[in-house]
Design a protein around this ligand. Structure first.
Ligand SMILES: Nc1ncnc2c1ncn2[C@@H]1O[C@H](COP(=O)(O)OP(=O)(O)OP(=O)(O)O)[C@@H](O)[C@H]1O
Ligand SMILES: [Mg+2]
Length: 265
């Protein structure tokens, strides 16, 4: 069985993409017993910082050198073990990744499929591949959408978040039309929910914009979530009832996402 590949995306910065990647990864290895590869497709390298902190910055082998046509690193050679059992990571390679993405722009053919081709070499080794997308809509997310079975949208509540969704959905539509007709949106995670947000109205607006399931319940805003996740600690290791509950929520979200991918295929 080949891995299910998910691109975790939103071009809006700071909405919780990396937080979702890390906690879904934790859910996958602790409860679903899946072998996970996390591909850090963001030059900021935040997923790498949390999951494989020894492999930050510019590296001789990283996603940057996998995508760079002149280096052509095999993805297996760029893969490092993460700190959690069952998790491997393809580190971003920092600014080199931004340069590699830029160099793709001038490639004559095949630029959207660089990541897809690279992942096809290792897809049999994993059950789940999570791609942490950057806050942009350039060649990095386009490569991620082209390689993926599904996109998981992460959004924060609020009108500004809704305003940006059209551009993301347009990009997904373009990828479906030109490079990946099978691509689906497997769900939307609402992250950073606060009591003050008017959930019902906002969710209705989101449902109107998005032809995809919203994953219930939303993830609350709380400093301990940031503390645990940024330190690469699983919520199940945080030893509070709230953290354990949230861990279970991510498990349910992941089950739902995988179910939706299965139904769509
Ligand atoms: N539910 C939450 N409660 C509190 N803090 C959160 C929550 N989700 C994320 N954060 C914090 O908010 C910041 C942005 O989150 P994160 O890095 O996951 O977003 P992102 O979408 O990946 O950002 P970028 O677009 O820069 O990659 C981080 O410091 C993170 O720890
Ligand atoms: Mg991020």
């Amino acid at each position: 069985m080949s891995a299910t590949i998910l691109a975790i995306a939103n071009q809006k910065g700071g909405v919780g993409k990396t937080t979702s990647v890390i906690n879904l990864t934790r859910a996958a290895v602790t409860e679903l017993d899946l072998r996970v590869l996390v591909v850090d497709a963001d030059p900021q390298g935040n997923a790498t910082k949390a999951l494989a902190p020894e492999h930050q910055g510019s590296l001789t082998q990283s996603l940057a050198t996998v995508l760079d046509k002149t280096k052509n690193t095999a993805i297996a050679a760029a893969t490092v073990p993460g700190d959690w059992q069952g998790v491997d990571v393809v580190p971003a390679g920092s600014d080199d990744l931004a340069d590699a993405a830029q160099s793709l722009v001038t490639m004559k053919a095949g630029r959207e499929s660089r990541l897809k081709r690279a992942l096809s070499e290792v897809a049999d080794k994993y059950d789940l591949i999570l791609i942490d997308c950057p806050p942009s809509l350039d060649q990095l997310p386009i490569n991620a959408f082209t390689a993926a079975h599904a996109v998981v949208i992460v959004t924060e509540p609020g009108q500004f978040a809704l305003d940006g969704l059209d551009r993301l959905l347009d990009t997904i539509d373009i990828v479906v039309e030109y490079t990946n007709p099978q691509l689906v949106i497997a769900g939307a995670i609402i992250n950073g929910w606060q009591r003050t947000n008017r959930m019902d109205r906002w969710c209705n607006d989101l449902r109107k914009s998005l032809d995809a399931p919203i994953l219930d319940p939303p993830i609350h805003r709380a400093t301990w979530i940031a503390e645990a996740t940024e330190a690469g600690r699983g919520l199940d290791e945080w030893n509070t009832p709230k953290a354990s509950n949230l861990h279970r929520t991510y498990v349910e979200h992941l089950r739902k996402i995988l179910d939706n991918v299965r139904k769509a295929s």
